[in-house]
Ligand binder design. Sequence first.
Ligand code: RM4
Ligand code: MN
Ligand code: MN
Length: 419
Amino acid sequence: MNISNHNEALLAQHTRRLDFLKSEVNLPAGILQKLKDFQIAIPSWALGTGGTRFGRFSGGGEPRNLEEKIADVGLLHALNQSSGAISLHIPWDIPTDPAAIRTLAAQHGLAFDAVNSNTFQDQADQAHSYKFGSLQHVSAATRKQAIDHNIEVIKHGVELGSKALTVWLSDGSCFPGQLNFRHAYERTVDSLREIYAALPADWSLYLEYKAYEPNFYSTTVGDWGASYSMVNKLGPQAKTLVDLGHHLPNANIEQIVSILLKEGKLGGFHFNDSKYGDDDLTAGSIKPYQLFLIFNELVDGMDAKGMNHAKDLGWMIDASHNVKDPLEDLLQSVEAIQIAYAQALLVDRAALEAAREANDVVRCQEILQAVFRTDVRALVAQARLELGGALDPIALFRQEKLRDQLIKARGAKTVATGL
Ligand code: RM4
Ligand code: MN
Ligand code: MN
């Protein structure tokens, strides 16, 4: 891949755009370094086409094993220098030789972000079914099996140098009367306590919530209130994970984020976008203003606590691709996240606070929207350039015919594990 030729051809145009931006806005000191430090983890389950419950249309060249998934994320990272981590899902991605997998990831400059457990599907060799739940299940044996699985996932993560476990449960009910809500909640907390007890001292447990699906009447960890109350019971290493697609329509996600962060209970993110439900679309593709407003709260809240933007929260994508090339889609997501982050860094917080104190509602809106309407793509590209990435990652992916190469190497009909 010839990144320098590609960059050279685009350099004059890029410099013009960056100079224009600099003439329009005051770039705060250190903004480029912050953008360079900010890395977004790629989900191992989103490197192939996901499909819907009606069908799956493979694009070809999908990774056939964990090694090829790491190679795909390595490719993304070579292009954008901003996706230097991978988040694995067990048992889809069990590393048979952890030392070799660690070395391979390191060769691509990748770290391992949170490992994810899976008790929303039955595996061929398991004794008890999760049809009626896992950590909430009425049968102690089923709960134990799910607890043991989570502890197993932690062990795999330790071998890879991961520092967090993400628990997402599909537990809930499909019909009124099916479930005793109180018992389901209590059983879930008790099960989580056992998982929490197996957590290494420097690990976090992220408890993800989701409003509905696959259960359609109730979800036991259905919203941030359920997750927040549970992680509070578990202890300081347990935090809430916010997946942007897991709310009821029109929820004010930025407010949820602000409060969780203030309370010290925001663990991390699954970025994606949606129109209706858990659509798992490209970040920023439907509601870019919402993404910006979320980052606005994140920067504000993290700065209030003196947190390190890059390191103190888990930044992950959770997506599923049906009509786009998964790798191109992920490049778009990473860029959208970086744009929202860069814009949030440009907000004049002193002016915003002053306008709030004066109840100057118009000025508050002007301050935020002026930043949101500023084209910061050249700034994000400059960060990539300084790190050795491509000025236009998607253009280079296409110029180099990288998908064709993957199809040639892996075949047109390969299917990646995952969703
Ligand atoms: C769920 C949830 C989890 C992810 C699975 C694959 O909807 O978002 O984070 O692990 O999908
Ligand atoms: Mn998720
Ligand atoms: Mn989801």
